[in-house]
Write a protein that binds this ligand. Structure first.
Ligand SMILES: Nc1nc2c(c(=O)[nH]1)N[C@H]1C(S)=C(S)[C@@H](COP(=O)(O)O)O[C@H]1N2
Ligand SMILES: [Mo]
Length: 364
């Protein structure tokens, strides 16, 4: 019974680990999204199964470790502590929309760090399993608690463990590497500005690689005059710089990002543009991503065209040369490679409202 539980637990655990790492790593997350495999749901459903297993095993675990040496107790309790941290932080992430940003952000940090701190344990534990390494207990422990026969009997499962843990370790190694590597790619070069980092999101395989000469922004639909802006026009408008916290609805944030660009209100004022449309759809030059706003959100709430972040022109992957930004809304409203603002009488649904159920207004 215990061995079977252990096996089911490790299978579920590895599934969680792998799907979690796929969600964490940008290219795999994007790929799964692209082929429409709902990885988040896979992860969540597995997590529910995992919770059931943990709840089922607590009784066995406690009675099993009852008169076992300290090290066995330690293993059992370690799993319980980590499992509860994962479960609580995971649940917080799942129900995040009703929780304050601080809690949400810390939940992501706890969830990620538990995973990465647990790697050494998974490694030692599974290596012990495949290589049949057994640390013999000191005599005074052994006499107190002789090794149970059950431990000797699980040799049949070792090959399976080898397979599953082998794959697991590979992904953990890749994930661990990326975990340490990613922050160094953070957009801020200045150490003390490093406060969280952008995880590049892109729903398409590729992205538009604009030069500053071939980018343009079309403002059309129900406006008094259709307008096409190029980089040459940008200096005509007063420059606006704000420092703001960037929040992605999946839980990560970057604090104190300096965003430089022009307010859309200033663009309208300077060009004498007016609109009779109540709504705006903002399209990306990637031909796929777009989102929808009310005209007043765009003109009266400080929405801007952003050209620089933290004192540097946008990176190619972060929307170069121009992304939309609304200071009180989630990151998904920040359409990268912005190419068109279409004003209309009827409201469109955005990319994520159609495929991910994100809130239309996207306020923080
Ligand atoms: N064109 C385009 N814009 C986009 C996205 C996208 O996939 N494509 N993702 C959005 C989401 S969900 C977020 S959180 C931010 C992430 O910004 P970053 O990629 O610069 O970190 O971009 C937003 N703008
Ligand atoms: Mo996002």
């Amino acid at each position: 019974m215990l061995i079977r539980l252990h096996f089911i637990h490790s299978l579920t655990f590895i599934t969680l680990l792998i799907s979690g790492l796929f969600l964490y790593i940008t290219p795999t997350r994007t790929w799964f999204n692209k082929v429409q495999i709902p990885l988040v749901s896979v992860h969540v459903v597995t997590a529910v199964i995992y919770i059931v297993i943990i709840l089922l095993s607590i009784r066995f675990l406690l009675s099993y470790t009852f008169n076992k040496p300290l090290i066995k107790k330690f293993n059992g309790y370690l799993i319980l502590v980590f499992a509860s941290l994962w479960i609580f932080s995971g649940a917080t992430m799942y129900f995040q929309s009703s929780l304050p940003i601080v809690i949400r952000n810390n939940a992501v940090i706890i969830h990620d760090w538990c995973t990465f701190l647990f790697i050494p344990w998974v490694l030692t534990h599974s290596i012990g399993h495949f290589l049949h390494i057994r640390i013999s207990w000191p005599k005074w422990w052994r006499t107190k608690a002789p090794l149970p026969d059950a431990l000797q009997e699980n040799s049949l499962q070792r090959r399976d463990f080898l397979k599953f843990f082998g794959i697991g370790i590979l992904f953990v190694a890749i994930g661990g590497y990326i975990k340490w590597f990613l922050p160094t790619l953070s957009i801020s070069s200045n150490e003390d500005k490093r406060r969280g980092y952008f995880r590049i999101y892109n729903v398409t395989d590729d992205f538009p690689r604009y030069e500053d000469t071939d980018w343009s922004l079309t403002i059309n639909g129900s406006v008094n005059q259709t307008t096409v802006l190029t980089m040459d026009d940008v200096p005509l408008f007063p420059e606006t710089t704000i420092v703001d916290d960037f929040h992605c609805v999946t839980g990560w944030s970057v604090h104190g990002v300096e965003l430089k660009g022009v307010l859309l209100k200033d663009v309208f004022d300077h060009l004498g543009l007016t609109t009779s449309g109540k709504y705006v759809t903002a399209y990306s030059g990637d031909q796929t991503y777009y989102d929808s706003f009310t005209t007043s959100q765009i003109l009266d709430e400080g929405a801007m065209l952003v050209f620089e972040m933290d004192g540097q022109v946008l990176k190619k992957t972060q929307g170069y040369p121009c992304r939309l930004y609304h200071p009180s809304m989630y990151g998904y409203k920040s359409v990268k490679w912005l190419s068109q603002l279409e004003f209309s009488k009827e409201r469109e649904l955005g990319y994520w409202q159609k495929s991910g159920g994100y809130d239309l207004n996207g306020y923080l």
